[in-house]
Design a protein around this ligand. Structure first.
Ligand code: PRX
Length: 649
């Protein structure tokens, strides 16, 4: 029997969101499943500002997904920025929309809804001058400055499609994404600031664009004033272009199903996929989930300390909170700068009510000791969120008890880039928590567990997690490759969306995500494909072959374990390991690092040449006794060498 944490009183009292209690959760779940079109159409009408209200709900199903993307609210016409900005001007014009805290604790900016609206209009006008039009793609390669959110919204205002590339990605990774979506404009900044250091964003952009002809303009925001190279005719200063532009701009009305953004994410191949989210369904989903799960209240200061380069930043720093008229905090630094008290210092100074972070940060902060937490007043906190990877019960309890002093709800939100927003999660005022469990599906979400013979598991059990029915926030397609979307998510189990995660359902119907069962690894909440690492390692001269798997890591959740077969005449060394990691960094990004290398004589392969990754995973996980049947291997002797040479942290 696992621990149960009931909803704390101060969360239950005064709950004002769409799901204030368990009875409402049950009622809405029943309605959303009985009539998904009607249920979400009602939400869409009240949550969004429309030029033409939709009359249609869901069109299409997972059974005919190969025919084309599903659609929600297909006859509606809107511009998402009117829901996020214009609509609030009368009632919340002077309310702080974005509360920014820079790398140094004394760098603070407060931008009201009125100011944000004006800045977005200016930026939209400036982008229009640079030639950006409806349907065109704009790449953002920026740090955590308000201008990143402003740029996203300015693209949306024009009906253009933004694609934010996380500032840790390398020039090569950035170039691939620019090419894949055919962007003509890139928005960046001179440098980013993080943890007391500068991040050379413009220099990486320059390197990515070397020899490329597609990008015509680069808009550069000045963050640090650091020295940068300048390409005349191509590069444009933000403060010049935006500063001179008019603060009024008529939003471009677009279809509900027009793409809002593309976000590249890793899968089981070496090539990242451009996941496409569309305007209305995504905004309905992020707005509904943000308000319900965190039980957002009007005066709340809400802080999601993710990066806008990932889906969490899109959905729960920018779109969901702004659609809900919230005060959303943007944080440029790291949880450990200048020391491990930074989050709690911010909580005290800004009177934060809702804090949303990741298990990796929670574990790192717990390891730093309670004194950093206790030094600060956390009495404003009401809801604590976590996302991105499974959270171990110890970290969960530390978050609830030491940070939240037992007064706060902890919401362990399970979702993915592809789902657009929360899917299986506690709803703060409605669902009792169990540490480590994402608890119950939200209204309209139908999880299914499949066993190893692809049969549906009823009642308690463990299997592969699929989702049964379309929901408004789901990704519609992969940019330029709908067939890849269909095969990736619907190929294995036709008629169902396969999440790639394993999951257990307990006697109470609570869901426990066990982690990825495909070739995706999740390091500190950064999602990477093993194939991306393998492609990088294979390009190193000394390497003949490489196979990469994840292994449990005490802080990062998962670490990266690489098995490498070297070319004849070479042997392993610290220098070679450094060279291999340098290549990963150059080809993928600063967040891509192999933790453990093992040089092996060969990889365990079946007679048809397929690498048996199960064996590699078990050895990396420190469980060589659980290898199972190895008799189908072409050369079983390599297994012994792999087991004997296994590395640990
Ligand atoms: O494995 C799951 C894990 O993160 C994956 C999705 O990664 P990404 O698309 O980068 O989105 C991260 C932010 C939503 C999932 O397939 N994951 C996410 N949240 C949780 C989680 N695993 C366990 N518990 C969670 N709360």
């Amino acid at each position: 029997m696992s621990d149960r944490f009931p909803v704390p009183d101060r969360v239950r009292h005064g709950a004002s969101g769409p799901i204030p209690d368990l009875a409402t959760h049950r009622e809405l779940s029943a309605r959303a499943i009985a009539n998904p079109s009607g249920f979400w159409l009602d939400e869409a009408k009240v949550r969004l500002a429309w030029h033409t209200e939709p009359t249609l709900g869901l069109k299409g199903s997972f059974h005919d997904i190969q025919e084309g993307p599903i659609s929600w609210f297909g006859d509606g016409v809107l511009n998402v920025t009117e829901s996020c900005l214009d609509r609030h001007l009368d009632s919340r014009g002077e309310k702080v929309a974005i509360l920014w805290e820079g790398d140094e604790p004394n760098e603070i900016r407060r931008i009201t809804y009125r100011e944000l609206h004006a800045e977005v209009c200016r930026t939209a006008n400036a982008l229009q001058e640079l030639g950006v039009k409806r349907g065109e793609r704009v790449i953002l390669y920026m740090g955590m400055v308000p201008e990143a959110a402003i740029a996203m919204l300015a693209c949306a205002r024009l009906g253009a499609i933004h694609s934010v590339v996380f500032g840790g990605f390398s020039a090569e990774a950035l170039r691939d994404r620019i090419r894949d979506c055919g962007a003509q404009v890139v928005i960046t900044q001179d440098e980013g600031r993080r943890g007391g250091r500068s991040v050379p964003l413009k220099a990486v952009t320059d390197a990515a664009l070397e020899g490329e002809r597609g990008v015509e303009k680069v808009l550069v925001f000045r963050r640090t004033g650091g020295e940068i190279d300048w390409t005349e005719g191509r590069d444009v200063w933000w403060h010049e272009a935006v500063g001179e532009a008019s603060a009024t701009h008529q939003a471009v009305p677009v279809g509900a199903e027009d793409p809002l953004f593309i976000l590249y994410t890793s899968g089981s191949t070496g090539r990242p996929k451009g996941v496409v989210h569309t305007c209305a369904g995504y905004l309905v989903w992020t707005s509904f989930t943000h308000e319900a799960v965190f039980d957002l209240r009007e005066g709340d200061v809400y802080a999601c300390v993710a990066d806008v380069g990932w889906i969490t930043g899109h959905s729960y720093i920018v779109y969901g909170p702004l659609c809900n008229g919230a005060t959303t905090l943007m944080f440029e630094s790291t949880p450990l700068y200048p020391d491990a008290g930074r989050y709690w210092d911010m909580v005290e100074r800004h009177r934060i009510n809702i804090l949303y972070t990741a298990p990796t940060a929670i574990r790192a902060l717990a390891a730093a000791g309670d004194a950093f937490v206790e030094k600060y007043d956390r009495s404003s906190l009401r809801v604590l969120g976590t996302v991105g990877e499974p959270i171990n019960p110890d970290a969960w309890k530390w978050y609830a008890r030491t940070v939240g002093e037992g007064r706060c709800a902890v919401v362990d939100t399970w979702w993915q880039t592809e789902t657009g927003g929360h899917m299986i999660t506690p709803v703060a005022p409605a669902i009792a928590a169990k540490p480590g469990s994402a608890t119950l599906p939200l209204p309209g979400v139908m999880p299914v567990l499949l066993d190893e013979r692809d049969r549906v598991i009823h009642g308690p059990g463990e299997g592969r997690l699929c989702l049964e029915m379309p929901w408004p926030g789901m990704a519609r397609t992969v940019w330029g490759d709908h067939a890849r979307y269909v095969s990736t998510y619907f190929g294995l189990f036709p008629g169902r969306y396969f999440t790639g995660d394993g999951c257990r359902r307990d006697d109470d119907g609570y869901y426990w995500i066990t982690g990825r069962v495909d070739d995706v690894i999740n390091v500190s909440g950064h999602r990477m494909g093993t194939a991306e690492f393998e492609a990088a390692l294979n390009s190193v001269e000394e390497v003949a072959e490489a196979a990469v798997v994840g292994f449990p890591h005490p802080i990062k959740g998962q670490g990266v374990y690489a098995y490498v077969v070297l070319q004849p005449g070479f042997s392993g060394s610290v220098e070679l390991e450094a060279a291999m990691n340098k290549t990963c960094r150059a080809q993928i990004g600063a967040h891509a690092k192999v933790d453990l290398f093992q040089v092996v004589p060969g990889l365990p392969k079946t007679r048809s040449g397929k690498v048996m990754r199960r064996i590699l995973r078990k050895v990396a996980e420190g469980e060589p006794e659980k290898l199972g049947d190895v008799s189908t291997l072409a050369d079983p002797s390599v297994v012994q060498a792999i087991v004997e040479g296994a590395r640990t942290l």
